[in-house]
Ligand binder design. Sequence first.
Ligand code: IPM
Ligand code: MN
Length: 353
Amino acid sequence: MYRIAVIPGDGIGPEVVNEGLKVLEAAAAKTGVSYDLEHYDLGGERYLRSGETLPDSVLEELRGFDAIFLGAVGHPEIAPGILEKGLLLRIRFELDQYINLRPVKLYPGVDTPLKDKGPEEIDFVIVRENTEGLYSGMGGIQYKGTPAEVSTQIHMTTRFGSERCIRYAFDFCRKRDREKKLLLCAKTNVLTFVHDTWFRAFHEVGEADYADIERDYAHVDATTMWMVKNPEWFDVIVTENMFGDIITDLGAMIQGGLGVAAGGNINPQGVSMFEPIGGSAPKYTGQNVVCPIAAIAAAQMMMETLGEEATARRIEGGIERALASGKLPSLAAGHMGLSTSEVGDLIAGYAGE
Ligand code: IPM
Ligand code: MN
């Protein structure tokens, strides 16, 4: 019996979380996986009501679950950074979810903006470091609002943090068993300190323990170029936090948009959190028009990470069959031809067959 914490969050979060849970339920009913859900009303509304982002007592409770399922965080009436830092990043950091795993996979039946590229060419995984770099929160502003204003944001990098991420990526690449090629994406020609740590860790670890995995390197600017021009070159990419944030949005676009892109915030030894990466999309809130596939794919990743392969395969099969059915002419919000909940019903139907 798994215990899963559910944080629907802001905007369209609750709508897509519902569909993720609907499909999970249909798949789990067939495989015999059982779980208890506990809902938490964290997010923008709670903050506006009470000033709380993530109370310490709730954080402590979250440590006791097997997994966390998150909808979205972000509210138009709340200054940037408050919910992001106070809720999302706080969970990632406090639960030491040091991996952000983001598959970039184009399913048959989904449109990509890349000309002449299809499911054969677009199928790779980005392993993003999730607790360090520019996200560390180190730095500050001095003399704010004066002509002498100075601000810094420190790119905090540790050998320990980069190495554990790199090791996870090598292991993941080995387990994925495709081209067995791991590419480090960094900027060693400019970030000659922090990315030197990454570069040495990457090659030392690879040479010592992963002789079966081919190592490759690309600067981040070149990586974005190749993701558009030759996405078929990639198998697994490992990268630092900020670059990972940026290139995974590009990845989401080439796999069909934010409506399909899912991510896992993973602590391999602890509690992991799964989310659609699209955000709260305030302008679509409550309209039942956004694509829930990202949230459904996040539920799939959650099952995979818990070791429930059969349930995960059912969910993925449901997604694939819905996309191949021709019933979804587009995945763009408002243009799906079906509502959010109808897409959930369709996929749940296949996943539970
Ligand atoms: C993401 C998001 C977050 C990030 C924001 C909301 C803090 O963009 O999960 O990619 O930058 O990591
Ligand atoms: Mn992002």
